[in-house]
Design a protein around this ligand. Sequence first.
Ligand SMILES: Cc1ncc(COP(=O)(O)O)c(C=O)c1O
Length: 426
Amino acid sequence: MQKDKLVFDLIDQELERQRNGIELIASENFTSLQVMEAMGTSLTNKYAEGYPGKRYYGGCEIVDQIEQIAIDRVKQVFNCAYANVQPHSGAQANAALMMAILQPGDKILGLDLSMGGHLTHGSPVNFSGKIYKPFFYGVKKETGLIDYEMLEEKARTEKPALIICGASAYSRDIDYARIRKVADEINAFVLCDMAHPAGLIAKGLLSSPFEHCHFVTSTTHKTLRGPRGGIILMKTDFENPFGLKDPKGNIRMMSHLLDMAVFPGTQGGPLEHVIAAKAVAFGELLTDEFTVYITQVQKNAQAMAKAFMAKGYEIISGGTDNHLMLIDLRNKNITGKKAQETLDKAHITLNKNAVPFDDKSPFVTSGIRVGVPAITTRGMKETDMQIVVDFIDEVLMNIDNETIVAKVKEEVKTFMKQFPLYPALK
Ligand SMILES: Cc1ncc(COP(=O)(O)O)c(C=O)c1O
């Protein structure tokens, strides 16, 4: 077979794009080379429906070992009793989790998408809002912080079967104990979807959801810096409350229901090449090197928020505890859409984002979401945050001046040469 020049040329172009730009999308990161290498291997050829030691296909003796390493390592990282590493993505992890513990039509309560929540937490355009009956809590207008009173009130009046915490665009820590307290009052489960801050939680830089939430889901590609994928975790396994028994009449544990909900419930064959890459990434998470990295992520985010505020930008909640911040651009008279599109021309990549109580449509928005995991992987420190903010400010303050935008693009390209990305690749 001839090498597919068309596709591989484009892959080369994407690497160049990543090298030349300042990557500020809060949900992105650059994996290590060995994580990428694990993905591009013969494991992509292997069917392995089932779980280690209990597969529906032959020839699984190697992938069994790999998947077990991924499970053992992630359990060690988060000090928890149960892990399923097969979900193909964060959305798949949430779908399986809900399938395991809910019936169609059950009520769920999550953070509103327009206030920083995620599609899979009950949005009407997502399975979670179509199959289940969603209710939402928000953030307080004055502080930008989660409105726990609203959450408690909705929980008490609607009595959802599941309360979901965790967010895609929320820069503060979460009071898991308070959420669990009201959940216990109404007999609800609590799920923390820690997709965004998981890397900070892994190293104790934010409160741990594990003590208080029955279930924890995550993506593996954001602050965890692994391949694209999902995981489902539990601090402790427990007897399923639905009285489900196996053919011998034994009560099945929650772990069994979760495993069944991933496969065969919502997925077929696991992506063993991705699971191998997860195993490698989880190994990296256990190192001191990762502790240094993720500590720097938090420092960089705080330095960046400070630099933005010094230039009169309004950060929702007035700062950040984690790796990201949400900026309301209304006082600068710029929409999120225009900011994203113009910054893109200067090779600064981020995404437009609704701010709480936004008066603009989700396609336009009043804000941008900025995250530092990727630029921290490239080696940037606090002092570099000021330079990045200066670039962004120069573009935004000259948003219709193509000459200045083009000048910043060249400056960005030169600046990024100091932070090599995958130098071992050509
Ligand atoms: C909180 C949260 N949950 C779930 C997801 C979904 O992850 P994926 O894109 O891997 O399906 C995301 C992705 O941005 C997220 O932010």
